[in-house]
Design a protein around this ligand. Structure first.
Ligand SMILES: *Cc1c(COP(=O)(O)O)cnc(C)c1O
Length: 465
């Protein structure tokens, strides 16, 4: 076989990719016919592909590239750490300097008594840890029957068995034969699609109340924890009404149930605070972290755990759980450098006080587009609902996602990465995006919406269900 490089012709790369690479969440045959887009370089918020297109990455990779592409110091830190100590484990009473420093830093950044970190290499793995950890906690408390964890439909907690089971994506539950036992789901707080005639405030309370109903249905003495994303990401950037989270907090407190905030997207500045829990005003017992922790430069995730849980579990011998790469020294060193840059450049405050409000104003201006219903944004994660009727909040008569997909294809054609979830369009750009780049993002988004709207009308698809 010839040496493969970025100089290899695109068609040849695509053929090899189709022959040997299984893509996540992808229709392989469909992709083979079309050929995958080959990304070769990136700088700041800009990607470059093998055909020389310069693409504005409105999704920060997969919600992770918080500090932007092309930061040399992360590469330098990784190289230095690889030379000094490329690997050692943290099992069997050993540790190393990068994992000590990162744990202490995370304890400092995390709110309240979340002072203890159990490391993994991804968000999914961290949620696996959480499922076992909360069940172990209740065993240690002498209440082993508390093993049910309640999540939400259309929530996303990863793709391992535990991650997919805690999440509420029906399509994922079907592939692989069901979910782990002892996991229940309640409805999501999506007012636009499910709110009917209720005010957002009443709807938020009603959806939170479903948690209490579910707890009473299965028996409070059997419930270990509730898990949710402060703002649902992969589900379509669903922002709960203001009434929702205070009511959830009240309910978990009332029944003494642990609260797990999945901060994999919301953490590390995405919502304008270090953690989304602060933004929505909740006090979790465990936070899941990954993605922005290293800005995607290297795989690392983890669980930040309260003193109460860590001490209770720690006082009862081994917790029989861990990964070869828990607290990997190179990953820990890179994550630390990422956090150092975030602090040095005041990126969290930049999102909260500067670029977040700037993007919000521009994003909401898209609401005058004939195909756009609600526009939602928290920090630098935003969504808009496509609809054939803004007044009734109708969905399209065509299969869910048809119009969203058509719009996303126009975005790709206009060198903008904006994703669709069903018929919602979503963005989550790198936190370092400038005002000029936001302007460019909005120009390309509007152009793509215009083109999609023309297509939708031409094909007779601008029709309500
Ligand atoms: C991406 C994501 C995960 C899974 O993280 P991976 O690193 O892909 O395993 C879990 N929870 C949320 C909220 C996510 O967005």
């Amino acid at each position: 076989m010839n040496l493969i490089s970025t100089q290899t012709p695109t068609a040849e790369l695509q053929a090899l990719d189709a022959a040997h690479h299984m893509h996540p969440f992808t229709d392989a045959e469909g992709l083979e016919a079309k050929g995958a887009r080959v990304i070769t370089r990136a700088e700041g918020v800009w990607l470059q592909d093998s055909e020389g297109h310069r693409i504005l990455d409105g999704m920060a990779g997969l919600w992770c590239m918080n500090i932007g592409y092309g930061r040399d110091s992360l590469a330098e830190v990784a190289a230095r750490q690889m030379k000094e100590l490329p690997y050692y484990n943290t099992f069997f009473q050993t540790t190393h300097v990068p994992v000590i420093a990162l744990s202490a830093k995370l304890a400092e950044l995390a709110p309240g008594d979340l002072n203890n970190v159990f490391f993994a290499s991804s968000g999914s793995e961290a949620n696996d840890t959480n499922l076992r950890l909360v069940r172990r906690y209740w065993q240690c408390k002498g209440q082993p029957e508390r093993r049910i964890v309640i999540g939400r439909k259309n929530g996303y907690h990863g793709s391992t068995m535990a991650g997919a089971s805690l999440g509420g994506m029906g399509g994922m539950h079907v592939h692989g034969g069901g979910i782990i036992d002892g996991i229940e789901h309640i409805n999501q707080p999506n007012w636009w699609s499910d709110g009917g005639d209720m005010s957002p405030e009443d709807f938020g309370l009603a959806r939170a109340k479903e948690l209490e109903d579910k707890i009473l249905e299965v028996g409070p003495e059997n419930v270990a924890a509730f898990i949710g994303e402060p703002v649902q990401g992969a589900g379509g950037v669903i922002v709960a009404p203001d009434t929702y989270w205070p009511e959830i907090q009240r309910i978990v407190d009332k029944y003494g149930i642990l609260l797990i905030a999945d901060e994999v997207i919301c953490g590390f500045g995405r919502t304008g605070e270090w953690f989304g829990s602060t933004t929505v005003g909740i006090k979790p017992d465990i936070m899941t972290i990954a993605k922005g922790l290293s800005s995607g430069y290297i795989p690392i995730g983890g669980s930040i755990v309260s003193d109460e849980i860590a001490q209770t579990v720690g006082a009862q011998g081994d917790f029989n759980h861990g990964y070869t790469y828990s607290g990997h020294p190179v990953a820990a060193a890179v994550a630390l450098e990422n956090l150092r840059i975030m602090e040095e450049e005041n990126l969290v405050s930049y999102v909260k006080n500067d670029i977040g409000p700037y993007l919000a104003e521009k994003w909401h201006s898209l609401a005058d587009h004939p195909m756009v219903g609600e526009t939602k944004i928290v920090g630098l994660m935003a969504s808009l609902a496509l609809t054939p009727n803004k007044e009734t909040r109708a969905s399209f008569a065509s299969d869910e996602g048809t119009i969203g997909f058509m719009t996303r294809e126009r975005c790709f054609a206009n060198d903008l990465i904006m994703r669709h979830v069903g018929d919602r369009m979503i963005i989550a750009p790198p936190l370092v995006i400038t005002r000029e780049e936001v302007d460019e993002l909005i120009v390309r988004a509007r152009k793509s919406l215009d083109e999609a709207y023309e297509q939708v009308k031409e094909q007779g698809l601008f029709v309500a269900k």
